[in-house]
Design a protein around this ligand. Structure first.
Ligand SMILES: [Zn+2]
Length: 296
């Protein structure tokens, strides 16, 4: 028609399209959940997802956790049993089946809230079961119980240390009584490892609450916790309302639990690898007397 519509408009459109096409990573910046500082994702990754302004420990996905803790970042995940999904055909606002589908679309088909990997820690064999809080709040249903049983069996088979890293809101309500049954099941899984004299180490991360804290998470031979993690059974507000008293400062935080003898060590994420390796070596190396007796 004229110079404007024939020449200028197409040019503007073309520029607009190239700008839209240029891949701008959405998650270039992450906001610290504690101090609100905007953190550059690459720096955050290098700092193991700890805020470099206030030291807040942000959430770490299982793959990142494994890479950070296994020797040389090398590990192999194992395939886990797949129990019947939605055994009660449960429905609240949404169908549980649909919730699962959404979670699978986000986290990968066939996954659940626990990933199990094996490798070496401190040069010794180790099996690690790590919770993924982004999968339905790390809630414990039958699949999680199966995962922990599989991890325990593998630890026994490989004569490896078992390390569990919970991050969970507790039992998965959509599985009703079946989710509660995972408390004794996971306790038995842990007992299997302890019975053969292998170490069972728990690393409590934010948050570890409900049925998870009331079962395997509190049964470690050694219990470590990341700084500032909320660890408890019922939420602080519920307790406050029940006992009608103000709770002390820092209640249900790692440091509070350490002070009250519920946790052995509070370890910053940067020191975890070394600390864990030291503990595994201490617990798995035979005492000098036994080693000599074996050689004789
Ligand atoms: Zn911060």
């Amino acid at each position: 028609m004229n110079w404007l519509t024939n020449f200028v408009l197409p040019k503007i459109r073309a520029v607009k399209e190239t700008v839209a096409k240029k891949e701008v990573p959405e998650n270039l910046w992450t906001k610290c959940g504690n101090c609100g500082q905007m953190l550059f994702s690459r720096d955050l990754e290098a700092n193991l997802h700890v805020c470099n302004t206030c030291g807040f420990h942000l959430r770490l996905a299982p793959a990142q956790r494994f890479a950070a803790l296994f020797d040389d970042g090398k590990y192999a995940t194992i395939e886990l049993p797949k129990p019947v999904s939605d055994p009660l055909r449960f429905r609240d606002v949404k169908r549980y089946g649909d919730r699962l589908k959404e979670a699978h679309a986000k986290n990968g088909a066939g996954t659940d809230a626990v990933i199990v990997a094996h490798g070496a820690i401190g040069g010794l064999p180790a099996v690690m079961a790590c919770f993924d809080f982004s999968f339905m709040g790390g809630s414990m249903g039958v699949a999680v119980g199966e995962a922990l049983l599989a991890a325990a069996r593998l630890a026994v088979l490989q004569e490896a240390a078992l390390i569990v890293v919970p991050a969970s809101g507790g039992a998965r309500m959509q599985e009703g009584i079946l989710s509660l049954m995972q408390m004794p099941r996971t306790t038995l899984a842990v007992e299997m490892v302890k019975d053969v004299g292998l170490p069972y180490i728990v690393l409590l991360t934010h948050p570890t609450t409900g049925g998870v804290s009331a079962s395997f998470a509190m049964l470690g031979d050694i219990t470590l916790a990341e700084p500032g993690a909320v660890i408890g059974f019922a939420g602080a507000r519920v307790i406050e309302e029940t006992i009608r008293e103000k709770l002390p400062e820092g209640f249900q935080r790692s440091e509070y639990l350490l002070e009250h003898g519920m946790v052995d060590m509070v370890v910053p994420r940067k020191e975890l690898k070394e600390t864990l390796a030291r503990i595994v070596r201490l617990l798995m190396s035979p005492a000098p007397g036994i080693a000599q007796a074996k050689q004789a």
